[in-house]
Design a protein around this ligand. Structure first.
Ligand code: B12
Length: 497
């Protein structure tokens, strides 16, 4: 059996990220690694970094002649994934088409009901599923025996074979098969404060998240019970990417890197003992970390730590988002970041469920306070978007923000929801109490307070992405809000002179 696995053209990373740093998609590399270990031929095709056209993809399928074509799918890139498997099917009906990834796990019925060219959906973790699927196809064993898949039987009925048990021992998995990628095409470099441009690599050392923020699918997809690589295995992978790819910067992509204090402490001790000289960034929960732990992380190379504050107002943050910490906790963390000298990266979201204009403005006030505590803070913000399988999706349907019968698989369904084509383009925006003018003003105030410039490229992309009169109207409101803030700044500047 020959298996060909794709990252679709707009990437696991959306187009809007493409101009920046590109990094490998680890999901397909885990899939490739287990196939390779089992002696199965596998071809990994990251069409995003290869800059492939649909024609290039057609040629690659024709020349490799795969038995299985698999594509990794996030909600944002789903239409490209669907198109890719249709191309494979058109070339050869015998090719078994497989989709996997977070979108597929979260919207399985919808996908199978509408995407006729897909044969099998892989639900959740794919490593054991793909091995069993290949074995079943090879031996003619019925697909009903393969756990963790969704498929159509001979009569066209949709069959779900049930959730597969989570992989308890992640150390059993081989390392992601980075060696199958054209690594020279990725320009994953990070400039650190010592002025060096460091080659970076991404690593994920655990699966799951013990928390359950209402907009996020991780706890639903990976579960709330945490599974992590042992510290020894984490070090093995860090040292591997240092030796093989000269990595000097590690981007840990665990949803909650600090979920287990003793484990994290051990990993940090090992990095310090081995004097690896790396810098790293990770995603943290600030309510389960203390200063001594951060001190140790800093000694191991912590350069940047991201964390969600999500909302300035405590009702929204604690009761709606379900992040149960007080804002003082965030301020304390920011103070530590200043004292220990690492960059804090707080995330904020505008337009939460039931959020009023007054409450939303508290978010901007908090952003301003963040900057006053640590001027180096790298503040990110987004407008709330609805992803399948989340608690927010249920709320959005109840509130009529996403129609009850909305299909994630049909592109023109996007006309029935609000969206911002140049941002999370094919994902419904959660527009609840705030008006567009208020949302646009919040974004401009965030941009000013966080000193983040709205780039010309972003504006160009926005114009290129317009799909309807409604899109045009929304972007015009953003444009007016931008003009208002630019004019206000100019007046302030002139006043100061
Ligand atoms: C790293 C990451 C990024 C990186 C991507 C870099 C890269 N090239 O990987 C960056 C920072 C760019 C990014 C951006 C965004 N991300 Co992101 N990101 C992640 C994160 C933290 C880790 C991804 C990862 O490596 N996972 C580890 C691997 C092992 O898991 P996996 O990819 O799911 O693969 C497994 C299975 O899904 C399955 N599988 C996957 N593909 C295939 C294919 C086949 C054929 C088979 C058989 C199986 C299979 O098997 C794999 C092994 O078990 C995840 C959260 C998470 N825990 O996964 C969010 C996540 C993927 N991101 C998410 C989101 C929303 C975003 C953004 C929209 C954020 C924003 N506001 O801008 C953007 C847009 C990305 C996009 N185009 O969709 C959501 C996606 C939800 C969804 N329904 O699509 C996630 C799940 C976070 C969440 N909690 O909701 N992200």
């Amino acid at each position: 059996m020959k298996v060909q696995i794709y990252v679709p053209p707009r990437g696991y990373v959306a187009q809007r990220w493409a101009s920046g740093n590109m990094m490998p998609s680890l999901g397909i590399l885990y899939i490739a690694a287990v196939l390779e270990r089992a002696g199965i031929d596998v071809d990994v095709v990251p069409t995003d970094v290869l800059d492939y056209t649909w024609d290039d993809i057609t040629k690659r399928i024709e020349s490799y002649k795969p038995d299985i074509v698999g594509v990794t799918t996030t909600t944002e890139n789903r239409f490209d994934s669907f198109k890719l498997i249709s191309i494979a099917k058109r070339l050869n009906r015998e090719i078994v088409t497989v989709l996997g990834g977070p979108h597929i796990s979260m919207a399985k019925e919808d996908t199978l009901n509408h995407i006729k060219d897909v044969d099998v959906l892989c639900i959740g973790e794919g490593e054991n599923t793909i091995l069993e699927l290949v074995a079943a196809l090879e031996s003619g064993t019925p697909l009903s025996k393969v756990k963790g898949i969704f498929y159509r039987d001979d009569s066209g009925r949709s069959i779900f074979t049930g959730n597969r048990n989570a992989i308890e021992d992640l150390d059993f998995l081989p390392m992601p098969a980075r060696h199958l990628l054209p690594m020279d095409k990725y320009h994953f470099d990070i400039k650190t404060r010592d002025g060096r441009v460091r080659k970076a690599q991404n690593i994920i050392t655990s699966r799951g998240c013990p928390f359950n923020c209402y907009f996020c699918s991780t706890a639903v997809n990976w579960g709330r019970k945490m599974r992590g690589n042992s510290p020894a295995r984490v070090l093995e992978e860090i040292e591997y990417v240092i030796d093989r790819y000269q990595a000097e910067y590690i981007w840990f992509y665990d949803d909650t890197f600090n979920y287990n204090r003793p484990r994290l402490e051990k990993i940090m001790d090992m990095i310090i003992e081995r004097d690896l000289g790396i810098k790293f960034t990770c995603e943290l929960r600030i309510d389960i970390i203390d200063k001594p732990m951060l001190e140790k992380m800093r000694r191991a190379g912590l350069e940047h730590g991201s964390f969600g504050i999500e909302a300035g107002n405590s009702r929204i943050r604690q009761d709606v988002v379900r992040k149960k910490f007080d804002i003082e906790r965030a301020y304390e963390f920011l103070q530590w970041s200043k004292e220990l000298d690492f960059i804090p990266g707080p995330f904020f979201i505008f337009s939460h469920h039931t959020e009023t204009w007054k409450e939303a403005q508290e978010t901007v006030e908090v952003i301003e306070k963040v900057k006053s505590i640590n001027p180096r803070a790298d503040i990110a913000s987004a407008i709330l978007h609805v992803y399948p399988g989340t608690s927010l999706e249920i709320i959005a349907k109840k509130e009529g923000i996403v129609p009850e019968d909305f299909s994630w698989s049909i592109e023109k369904e996007m006309q029935r929801v609000h969206s911002l084509p140049a941002a999370q383009g094919y994902v419904p925006l959660f527009k609840d109490r705030l008006t567009w003018w208020q949302i646009a003003n919040l974004v401009m105030r965030w941009s000013a307070a966080s000193e983040k410039k709205i780039s010309i490229d972003k504006i160009k992309n926005s114009i290129a992405g317009l799909r309807s009169i409604k899109d045009f109207a929304v972007h015009f409101i953003f444009f007016l809000a931008m003009v208002k803030y630019k004019a206000k700044n100019l007046v302030l500047k002139l006043g100061r002179k």
